[in-house]
Design a protein around this ligand. Structure first.
Ligand code: ZN
Length: 100
């Protein structure tokens, strides 16, 4: 007997060429593989598709240089840190390496 359950995931895309952002929602079907793992299949608008993070084209400029991340995840970790803290961290790292 195979266990199957479904969930939904929202993914956000950003074109690195023209900076267009958009979101798409996927239906995710999880099926137990009988060995303690699970097989995950994605579909979009009712049609099976590849993984949400592969093969995306910007709807605006058709560029394939697109970055993606789940909508639930923090957008950019670096934005949480002020620039000065990063510089300080770099100084400490360089000192540890005796580069200074
Ligand atoms: Zn674009």
């Amino acid at each position: 007997m195979r266990d199957t359950w479904a969930s939904r995931e929202s993914w956000v895309y950003e074109c690195l060429n023209c900076l267009t952002t958009w979101a798409e929602e996927f239906q995710v079907t999880h099926t137990a593989d009988g060995h303690g793992g699970e097989v995950v299949a994605y579909s979009h608008e009712g049609y099976p598709c590849t993984t949400p993070w592969a093969d995306h084209v910007c709807p605006n400029c058709r560029c394939q240089n697109v970055t993606t991340f789940p909508a639930t995840r923090r957008r950019r970790q670096a934005e949480a840190h002020p620039q000065g803290a990063d510089d300080l961290e770099l100084v400490f790292r360089l000192r540890r390496l005796h580069a200074w």
